[in-house]
Structures are given as structure tokens and as C-alpha cells.
Design a protein around this ligand. Structure first.
Ligand SMILES: Cc1cc2nc3c(=O)[nH]c(=O)nc-3n(C[C@H](O)[C@H](O)[C@H](O)COP(=O)(O)OP(=O)(O)OC[C@H]3O[C@@H](n4cnc5c(N)ncnc54)[C@H](O)[C@@H]3O)c2cc1C
Length: 815
């Protein structure tokens, strides 16, 4: 057995499919001086008992990327490392019970096509042809994924292990990591076999990731569910068919009923994600055992009864085989069901690749992503959907448990754009939450913060059922329109708790910040946007700078970006900066007041000088509270952001509402804000602005100061400027039908795929469907006619001039 080495450049903790894939990919990138420590035998966590299904289907672009990569890797891996495996690419069918599900499939087929895959829509006849045992009378259709299949998870892990070892990486089994400490710039890991020194560590400990995280002082937001599948005895009819055709049935997923059904030899394997599900190890009377290697939970088939009956009605031969075996094992969940892959929040030189719900299907892609994080510091695809920093302090254990149960019970649910999942809510409330509740607010959770999405009026349908649609229309639409038009014609007030708020102060602060961003800093008394790029010139993030003094600035940024952005700033601080950087997000809150009447409303309540220009800021008082007024508005109308201490907000809100009463002020929500910002071409972080695009591609050249001595990404951007960008940010007006373009809709020019949509929606001031996106440079010329594929249908779209659709001269903003 391999002995524990004294040092390794990277130590991976955990030898399931994911940890071993990380090791394989690190070694493949040339980092062969890496070691993996496993407390028991490889695969002894969740991996050994997994069903081994390997779908590529996902409604998430980044998860699809990861799964597509995995499936491709698994096809060539056995040969590449000389370790033959049982990997059956049988294809799979997903069943749709209704029209909305068919639209979801259409969207995924479009995304898959854009990623080079040939996923296909199926009619009932297609379904029957591919799956002769299927009852189809009550279905709407389906989807065929030709790349889906099943792999032996243990063989997969062993194959990756062989590949990693052959490249020189080490795997030490029966070596639990029990402690971690910093010594100089290194990690010292304590294990049952002694200590090992490492430059970097990776937590790949599966359902034990929280325990391992604690060794580093990190709370990993995760919980464990029990997931069961049952295996039937051989089914003679299936055997006869299989032998006759020389093939296995495609994997079947009845996603509306919520189960998968797969041929296993000549029997079937049925695995439901049941609503009446069961969490494990979440209460003191059910502690996680110290050792659960190669163990299972007791069978609990009662829970699956409805699903078994449903599946038997769908595939009657299932009822002819008795149950041979039940596998009931632990499966870890984060609050959104996506894994954690990337930098470990708050801990230097430490990473996470853990809490995988579909860790077999994702292990290949996850290993690639993790290795890129460690070796390069960035990833090929934007992976925010899996970034550990997306969960900030709102994701405590209670929240995580509630969300984990909700996600498991709705594993295959559709995620409609206007639907807000109800579990784990009210984690963070604005100081005026009760007031806006009283005004009819329909809330959404934004990084745990409850914000109004729209304001309902008596009689409006506010049920969850009403939100089960991809369509633009719904009970909200009339109200969003009213809210937008009142911002256009009078004034609107948006309660916006949760802005991230960082304070930088002290000698040298401005010089340091200037060197981090692509552009210049605003002058004292002014406010401006700055962009941070990575070495490739790609967009890491955007922040707003409020310049108080030479060396005193507040950085304001999205709620969701709090940990990401603060860690970015911290990671770039020099050893002894001589200035301070503080995260004061919890102390402040904000309102947005916008519209032509906003000056009159403010004048009635504040002593501040409201003649100051657009993009200035000043302090003042409202109702006795000290406020910071920033003259800027994401709505594209005259307006101010009103920032103040949390405790001071209630009287400020009341004073503004009272002053606005006679001036047509009404509260507005996030949906209206999204519509208003689309008309201005203002980008959202991790939608329109992501590491998938460079600063120049993103159309942000006006935020690049070429004559600055240097900034991160400058060399790459200079090169891009010389050579020309391959794609450009575009604003499109779409002749859309009932649906606006969702994220990652494909842009077509004739038969060529020439780009993608990064956000879309209805602009109520211009009465048009708008889409923002990226198009191949030759197609990004204003006036070019393109097609946008929206839920399977193509709609004409025209590239617009490079200026806002609403108020192109910004005259209303500057009024
Ligand atoms: C019944 C069932 C069916 C499933 N079917 C599928 C499927 O069809 N497709 C799919 O994609 N996924 C499936 N899954 C999920 C899949 O099993 C997991 O997502 C996957 O195995 C996770 O792999 P991992 O490497 O992250 O974690 P694990 O396999 O749990 O590996 C983590 C390892 O870390 C080790 N470890 C923990 N603590 C320490 C420590 N302190 N020191 C050293 N080592 C440590 C553990 O011993 C363990 O081996 C299924 C799960 C269940 C329960």
C-alpha cells in the first residue's frame, strides 16, 4: 500500500469519483506531485452504491457543460488509461406530461445543440419506437438524449485512479484526515498515518464535507438525504426483447412523476425522488456515524409506493418482476442542489469539490473545473452556479436542511422564471419588510434577502400555480407594467436590502484600487462603475465606487457577489497594505427612488443639495436619519440611491412614501427593475457579465483606460484590441411571441449559430421584447437581422445601435 508522502503540492481529501477525478485532472495538467487521502477504501462513501446514470441533460448551461464533458471523457477513458469499464451508452428518454414540460425540453435541446450535441424532441410514436414497453396515451411527448447511459461507478473511479497514478500522482487509502493547520505558507494535514505538508488542499469528502470543512474553520452548507433505488428480478419479456434486438432499453425518466427507470442486466432499476422524502443526520438523535463506509440505510419502500405504482402503470413489465434488492444510500445536498466546486470561502489555498447530488455524471467535468481553479486560478467555463461563494451567511444549517429537502422532493421540477421556491425563506429581512408586505409585495429571495418582485393588488392571483409557466403573461404582468410606467411618469420606490458594502480607507488605497480595475476611479465627490478582469481579460466582476476622499472609498456591489467580491479584493491586497478594507454590508441598507418626480419628493424631506449632477454623491438627512444620496439610477430615469444604516431606514422610508403620496409615487419591485434596466442595456452580473466574456466582448471598452501603466488583464485586452474581438455584446429587439428570450437562447444567422442571449424580457416603456447577448462580430452590426431560438421556435430579431433603447442621450437621467 502507498505510504503517506511527507509533502505534496496538492492534497485531495476524499477518494470518491469526484476526488479521484480531481487528482486525475490535476495530474493531466502537469501537476503530478499531488496526493489523495482516503479514510477507507476508494469509493466507500456515496460512490460505490450509485446507480451510475450519466445524463447530459440539464436546464443549466454550466451543469450541461460539465456533464457533456464527463460523458465524452468516459467514452474514451477506458482506452486512454487501459482500464476497460462497463459503460453503456443506451441513450435516454424523458417524458413530458404537459406543454410546459415540452417547452423546457425544447429549450434544453436548443442549448444542447449549441454545445454540439444532438439531443432531440420526440413524438409519442418516437417514444414508443424507442421504448416498446411504454404507455404513452397520457403523454405530450418527450426528449431523447443519445449520450445518456450508465457506468459502473467503482470502475470509473478505479480507471481515473489508474490514470492519475500512471502520471505520478499518489493515492493513500485508509488514511483519514483529522486535523489541519497553517505553517508558514503551507498546510499541514494531520492524518491517522502522520502529517503531510501541502501548498493547496481540496475538500472532496462527499457527505462528510462539512466535517472536513470544519478542520479549516469553514462551515460547508450541506445536508444529507436518503435516496433509494430498487432492482427487480429478471423480467423474461425484457430479456427476450433485449436478446432479439441486441441492445438495452434507453434509460427512462418520468420527470413529472419524478423517477428514473433503467435496465440493469435483464431487470429494471427504479429510482424515485419522492416528495415524502427523508433527510438523515440532521438532528441530534440521528448523528452521522463515525464510519459509514460501504454501508446503507435500511430499506424504506413504503415511501416509494406511489412511485412504484405510477411506474408500473407507465411500464407494465416492471410489475412482472419481483423486487430483488433495494439500495438506500446517503446523498448530499447544498441549498440549491448544485455541488460546491471552487475556492473554499475565507480559507487561503483551499478548494472544494464536494456535496455532489449527481457526482457520477459530474465527476469528469468537476475534476476538470477543480483542476483549472487550482492550476490557473480560473476556469474555461463560467462556473458561478457551482461556486462555493454563492452561499453567504444566509445559508445556515436550518436553511440548508429546508432547501435540501425541497430540492430533493422536486429534483426534476421545472424552474419557471416567475416562481419562487417557498422553503427556507425569510432568512434576511429589510428593516421595512412589514411595510412593503402591507403594500402587497410578492417576495423573491436574493442571496437570502427578501425583496419585492412585484406588488399585487386585491384580487390578483398570487398562487404558486399561477407561476407554472414560461410565458410572459401572468397576474404579475399588468402590475409590472404599472410599476414601470409610474417610474417613467411620476416616481417609484424600491426597497433594496442586501447591497454589498465594502469600505477602503487609508494611505495608498486609491493607487492600489486603480491598479486592480480596468478603468479609472471617479473623482472625489463622484460615483463610477469599475470592472475587474482576470489575466485573460475576462469579466470577473463589476463594482460601484463612491469616492469620499483621496483615499477613502465605498465599493457597492450585488448582494449575491458579497463573498466573491470581498475575497477578490482581499486576495489582491499587498502584504502590508497600509490601508484598511472592511466588509460593512450588514450595517447598511438601501432604497432606490426613481422617476421625474423623485427630485420633488426628496426636496420635501431632505436638506441635501439636489441640484448636484448625475453620478455625484453627498450625505444629508431624511427624517432625522443620516443618509448617503447617490445620484444614479439603474432604471434609466432621474433618481437617487438612498443608503443608510439599517436602524435608520424605517423613518426614511416613511418620509419618502408620505412625500410621494401626492406626487404619484408607488412602490416597485425587482421585475420592474429588470425590465427598466434592459431598456437601458445595463448588464447584470453572472448573466450578461461573466467570465465567459472579455471586457471588450462585453462592450465595456469605455471602462478601459489603455494609458494606465498596468492592470490585471491588460496584456490580453491589448492583444484582443489589436486582433479584433471575435464576438460583441448586442442589444436586440425581438419579434417575440408569448415568450421572451431566456438565458442562453441561441442566436442564428441563417443556418449558422452566431451567438447567445444573456438576458431577455419585455420593455414596458418601449413596448418591445428585448434581448441582450453576444453575437459573432460580423453579425453584431446594427441593423443586422438575426433569429433567436425561443423554446424551440425562431423569432426575428434586429441588432440595435450601440446605445440605450430608452433615452439614448441619457437626458432623463441627467435632468
Ligand atoms: C442510491 C443512490 C443512487 C445514486 N445514483 C446516482 C447516479 O445514477 N448518477 C449520479 O451521478 N449520481 C448518483 N448518486 C449520487 C452519487 O453517489 C454521489 O453524488 C457521488 O458518489 C459523490 O461522489 P463524491 O466523490 O463527491 O463523494 P463520495 O463518494 O462520498 O466520496 C467521498 C470520500 O471522502 C472520504 N472521506 C470523508 N472524510 C474523509 C476524511 N476526513 N479523510 C479522508 N477521506 C475522507 C469518504 O470515505 C469517501 O470515500 C446516487 C446516490 C445514491 C445514494
Amino acid at each position: 500500500m502507498t505510504e503517506l508522502p511527507q509533502t505534496a503540492r496538492v492534497v485531495i481529501i476524499g477518494g470518491g469519483a469526484v476526488g479521484v477525478s480531481c487528482l486525475y485532472h490535476l495530474a493531466g495538467m502537469g501537476w503530478t506531485d499531488c496526493a489523495l487521502l482516503e479514510m477507507n477504501e476508494l469509493t466507500s462513501g456515496s460512490t460505490w452504491h450509485a446507480a451510475g446514470n450519466v445524463p447530459t441533460f440539464s436546464a443549466s448551461w454550466s451543469i450541461m457543460n460539465m456533464q457533456r464533458y464527463s460523458a465524452g471523457l468516459y467514452r474514451r477513458l477506458g482506452e486512454a488509461v487501459d482500464y476497460p469499464m462497463n459503460y453503456h451508452v443506451t441513450g435516454s428518454l424523458r417524458l413530458a406530461h404537459n406543454h410546459e414540460r415540452m417547452l423546457e425540453f425544447e429549450r434544453v435541446v436548443g442549448m444542447g445543440r449549441y454545445q454540439g450535441m444532438n439531443t432531440q424532441m420526440c413524438s409519442l410514436a418516437d417514444l414508443k419506437e424507442r421504448y416498446p414497453f411504454l404507455e404513452t396515451h397520457d403523454l405530450a411527448g418527450g426528449l431523447y438524449d443519445p449520450y445518456d447511459g450508465d457506468i459502473d461507478p467503482a470502475q470509473l473511479t478505479q480507471a481515473l485512479a489508474r490514470g492519475a497514478r500512471d502520471l505520478g500522482a499518489k493515492i493513500v487509502r485508509f488514511c483519514p484526515v483529522t486535523g489541519a493547520r497553517r505553517e508558514g505558507d503551507d498546510w499541514i494535514l494531520e492524518t491517522g498515518e502522520g502529517e503531510i505538508r501541502a501548498e493547496y488542499v481540496v475538500n472532496a469528502a462527499g457527505y462528510r464535507a462539512q466535517q472536513v470543512g470544519a478542520l479549516f474553520g469553514r462551515f460547508v452548507p450541506m445536508m444529507t438525504m436518503s435516496h433509494q433505488f430498487l432492482l427487480t428480478e429478471q423480467i423474461p419479456e425484457l430479456e427476450a426483447w433485449s436478446r432479439q434486438c441486441g441492445q438495452k432499453l434507453p434509460l427512462l425518466r418520468d420527470v413529472d412523476s419524478s423517477y428514473y427507470l433503467r435496465q440493469e442486466k435483464f431487470g429494471l432499476n427504479l429510482g424515485p425522488y419522492e416528495r415524502n422524502c427523508r433527510a438523515h443526520w440532521v438532528s441530534p438523535d440521528d448523528p452521522m456515524p463515525d464510519d459509514f463506509s460501504f454501508q446503507l440505510f435500511a430499506d424504506d419502500l413504503d415511501r416509494l409506493e406511489w412511485y412504484i405504482e405510477d411506474a408500473v402503470a407507465r411500464v407494465p413489465i416492471l410489475g412482472t418482476g419481483g423486487v430483488n434488492r433495494v439500495i438506500n444510500g446517503p446523498i448530499p445536498y447544498t441549498p440549491d442542489g448544485n455541488p460546491l466546486i471552487g475556492p473554499m470561502p475565507g480559507v487561503v489555498n483551499a478548494f472544494e469539490a464536494c456535496v455532489f447530488t449527481f457526482g457520477i455524471a459530474q465527476a469528469g467535468g468537476a475534476g476538470k473545473v477543480l483542476a483549472e481553479w487550482v492550476v490557473e486560478g480560473f476556469t474555461e467555463w463560467d462556473m458561478w452556479s457551482c461556486d462555493p461563494r454563492r452561499f453567504t451567511s444566509f445559508a445556515d444549517q436550518d436553511h440548508t436542511n429546508r432547501k435540501g429537502i425541497e430540492v430533493y422532493g422536486h429534483e426534476y421540477a421545472m424552474h419557471f422564471p416567475r416562481h419562487e421556491w417557498p422553503a427556507g425563506r425569510n432568512k434576511r429581512l429589510s428593516p421595512v419588510h412589514d411595510r412593503i408586505t402591507g403594500l402587497g409585495a410578492q417576495f423573491g429571495a436574493y442571496a437570502g434577502w427578501e425583496r419585492a418582485n412585484w406588488f399585487a393588488r386585491p384580487g390578483d392571483d398570487i398562487s404558486q400555480e399561477a407561476t407554472q409557466t414560461w410565458a410572459r403573461e401572468g397576474p404579475w404582468q399588468k402590475r409590472i407594467r404599472e410599476e414601470c410606467l409610474s417610474v417613467r411618469d411620476a416616481a417609484g420606490l424600491l426597497d433594496l436590502p442586501g447591497f454589498s458594502h465594502f469600505q477602503i480607507e487609508g494611505e495608498g488605497a486609491a493607487d492600489w484600487l486603480r491598479a486592480q480595475v480596468t478603468g479609472s476611479l471617479p473623482r472625489i465627490g463622484r460615483f463610477g462603475l469599475v470592472y475587474f478582469a482576470d489575466r485573460r481579460g475576462r469579466i470577473l466582476t463589476e463594482m460601484s465606487v463612491v469616492r469620499h476622499d483621496d483615499n477613502m472609498m465605498t465599493l457597492i456591489t450585488a448582494a449575491a457577489a458579497q463573498w466573491h467580491n470581498f475575497e477578490l479584493l482581499k486576495s489582491r491586497l499587498p502584504g502590508d497594505p497600509g490601508f484598511s478594507l472592511k466588509d460593512e454590508s450588514d450595517d447598511y441598507t438601501a432604497l432606490i427612488l426613481a422617476g421625474p418626480k423623485s427630485r420633488d419628493i426628496l426636496a420635501a424631506v431632505t436638506d441635501a443639495d439636489l441640484t448636484r449632477d448625475w453620478l455625484t454623491h453627498q450625505t444629508g438627512h431624511i427624517a432625522g436619519s443620516y443618509v448617503n444620496l447617490i445620484r444614479v439610477s439603474y432604471t434609466g430615469e432621474l433618481g437617487w440611491e438612498v443608503h443608510c444604516a439599517r436602524d435608520d431606514m424605517a423613518p426614511v422610508f416613511d418620509a419618502l412614501m408620505a412625500a410621494g403620496e401626492r406626487r404619484g409615487l408607488r412602490p416597485f419591485g425587482m421585475y420592474a427593475l429588470d425590465s427598466l434596466r434592459l431598456e437601458k442595456g445595463y448588464r447584470t452580473w453572472k448573466g450578461d457579465l461573466s467570465t465567459d466574456y472579455t471586457v471588450l466582448e462585453g462592450g465595456l471598452e469605455r471602462f478601459v483606460k489603455w494609458d494606465k501603466p498596468d492592470f490585471v488583464g491588460k496584456a490580453a485586452l491589448v492583444r484582443e484590441k489589436q486582433n479584433g474581438s471575435v464576438r460583441r455584446f448586442v442589444t436586440l429587439i425581438v419579434k417575440a411571441g408569448d415568450y421572451d428570450a431566456p438565458y442562453m437562447s441561441t442566436l442564428w444567422h441563417g443556418d449558422d449559430k452566431v451567438g447567445e442571449i444573456t438576458s431577455g424580457g419585455w420593455g414596458h416603456r418601449i413596448d418591445r421584447s428585448i434581448a441582450l447577448g453576444m453575437a459573432r462580430t460580423d453579425c453584431a452590426v446594427p441593423g443586422t437581422e438575426l433569429d433567436v431560438e425561443i423554446y424551440g421556435a425562431r423569432y426575428r430579431a434586429m441588432v440595435q445601435p450601440d446605445q440605450p433603447l430608452w433615452d439614448p442621450g441619457n437626458e432623463r437621467l441627467k435632468a
